[in-house]
Design a protein around this ligand. Structure first.
Ligand code: 13P
Length: 250
């Protein structure tokens, strides 16, 4: 059985004290313990948050990593540094980084390799912009993101990854993909995995939905057979909303 995950991507939000307060509130809340909660704070707070989460089931993640091992890459964090902090999850290929830093699938494939080598779990983000959906090109686009970013991995390696489908037009816009649009794409992604690897592998990989997911729509989204949880932006900045989302699996 694949795991249910609700992950909060805080992006570039929260002061130091607000970040500590948020993680403490999350950890003090009652939530469905069959769900893996993950918080992705700004990296500067990671070391302190790692100490707070180390005694709990809430996992710590990092929002990005370098495709290189080490060296003169100002401002970057390597996978081995992240590993040394007892972090388990790292986001790769978030649409904001693809767009604002022109990140290509080839670079993302290198980042994935860094994470797998360092025994970290990548959460690989994919998703189309609105124009691609309007042109009817969304399946092709997501297929190339998955193939170019992940399909160099062998069966054991891909089984260690989590995928997040985040349609760019739904991120931070208040417009959520409908439950059927999301399920359709998740099913498509799972069928790509089954074709390339096996039904077994495809059935073991968690695929999360992200894009204006909130306590009002999470229950309907998570009720779909191929949606294994959410990657939450705005609603993860508030502990009550984040926990309500984590508690919305049927
Ligand atoms: P919102 O939930 O704010 O739309 O952001 C989604 C997202 O980008 C999570 O990575």
């Amino acid at each position: 059985m694949r795991i249910k995950i609700v992950a909060g991507n805080w992006k570039m939000n929260k002061s130091h004290s607000e970040a500590i307060e948020l993680v403490q509130k999350i950890m003090a809340s009652d939530y469905d313990n069959s769900v893996q909660l993950i918080v992705f704070p700004p990296s500067i707070y990671a070391s302190e948050i790692a100490k707070i989460t180390s005694s709990s089931a809430t996992a710590l993640g990092i929002q990005n990593c370098s495709e290189y091992d080490s060296g003169a890459y100002t401002g970057q964090l390597s996978a081995s540094m992240i590993r040394s902090m007892n972090v388990k999850y790292v986001l790769v290929g978030h649409s904001e980084i693809r767009e604002y830093f022109n990140e290509q699938n080839k670079t993302l494939a290198s980042k994935i390799n860094q994470l797998i080598t360092n025994d970290l779990t990548p959460i690989y983000c994919c998703g189309e912009v609105l124009q691609e959906r309007e042109k009817g090109n969304h399946f092709n686009l997501v297929k190339s993101q998955i193939e170019e970013g992940l399909f160099h991995l062998d069966e054991n390696q891909i089984a260690k990854c989590v995928i997040a489908y985040e349609p760019v037009w739904a991120i931070g816009t208040g417009v959520t993909a409908s439950s059927s649009q999301a399920q359709e794409m998740h099913h498509f992604i799972r069928s790509l995995l089954a074709e390339k690897y096996s039904e077994n592998v495809a059935g073991s990989i968690s695929i999360l939905y992200g894009g204006s997911c909130n306590p009002e729509n999470s229950q309907e989204l998570f009720a779909n057979p191929d949606i294994d949880g959410g990657l939450i932006g705005g609603a993860s900045l508030n502990a009550v909303d984040f926990i309500a989302i984590a508690n919305s699996f049927s």
